[in-house]
Design a protein around this ligand. Structure first.
Ligand code: PLP
Length: 287
């Protein structure tokens, strides 16, 4: 496996950065997770725009243009002869001194990893997954925007730990007002009748690339697709609940905090959207 590290391709064992990197010391940096289907990168432009916007928000200059970064990602896939897999792009503030000041870090580290993806087991899609809501709150949008995919993912990790302690694999994070925002690494959708609702970005949800693709698909299919505030009650009494994300694609949730969702199996609209999404990634690749 070859990893892109600051302009060179190096073997996985040799892909190392300094312990003085502020990404390591302070979580100072940004990242993206991207999917490759049959050798085609799904919505690369959107992922890169999000990466550059995240970097801009934290005043981190990425030493490549978006076009150069596009070529780097494609090259990394080619070097690894990857057909189906996952790409992790990381730009950290780079090595500096032990102080907080980013001015001590003149050279960011740019890393692109392309590897096989450990897919979720098929049974999880067939049965749906149980999740819970947790005490960890989404950071307030006016403090650090949830749109910034920074290397500081402690909230999300705490959500995952709370979930695992409760014996489930994912959980929903509420915002400081108690509205549902998203999972630790996925967006959430709630179906009631013909209406599909996902929390708006303004309440603390990341504008997921998969989320946006599902919104487009739902609109195209004629569903009443809305971005509205979602309460825990809305989730409990929904006909269907599903999560979306680069790794999970579309995964049904059949139990939330012990409440069985709908009939307790993946619902018809979730199944249609998963199917449509899988067709979309093929169609997008043919363009
Ligand atoms: N929410 C958070 C906090 C995430 O980290 C991710 C993953 O990137 C998502 C949602 C899903 O976004 P996407 O569909 O772009 O992978």
């Amino acid at each position: 496996q070859l990893i892109f590290l600051n302009g060179e391709f190096v073997k996985k064992e040799d892909a190392k950065v300094s312990v003085y990197d502020h990404g390591f010391l302070y979580g100072d940096g940004v990242f993206e997770g991207i999917r490759v289907y049959s050798g085609n990168v799904f919505r690369l432009k959107e992922h890169l725009v999000r990466l550059y916007e995240s970097a801009k928000a934290i005043l981190l200059h990425i030493p490549y243009t978006l076009e150069e970064m596009t070529a780097i990602v494609v090259d990394t896939i080619r070097q690894n002869e990857l057909l189906d897999g996952y790409i992790r792009l990381v730009v950290s503030r780079g090595p500096g001194n032990l102080g907080l000041d980013p001015a001590s870090c003149p050279k960011p580290n740019v890393v692109v990893i392309a590897e096989q993806l450990a897919l979720f087991p098929k049974e999880m899609y067939e049965a749906g997954i149980p999740i819970i809501t947790v005490a960890t709150r989404r950071n307030r949008p006016d403090v650090l925007s949830p749109q910034v995919k920074s290397l500081n993912y402690l909230n999300n990790i705490l959500v995952r730990i709370e979930a695992q302690l409760a014996g489930v694999s994912e959980a929903l994070m509420l915002n400081d007002q108690g509205y549902v925002t998203e999972g630790s690494g996925d967006n959430v959708f709630v179906v009631k009748g013909n209406k599909i609702v996902t929390p708006p970005a303004s309440c603390g949800a990341l504008e997921g690339i998969t989320r946006n693709a599902i919104i487009e698909l739902a609109q195209k299919l004629g569903y009443d697709m809305r971005e509205e505030l979602v309460t825990r009650h809305d989730v409990y009494v929904a006909d269907e609940v599903f999560l979306t994300g680069t790794a999970a694609e579309v995964i049904s949730v059949t139990n939330v905090d012990g409440r069985v969702i709908g009939t307790g199996v993946p619902g018809p609209i979730t199944n249609v959207l998963l199917d449509e999404f899988r067709q979309l990634v093929v169609r997008d690749g043919e363009k």
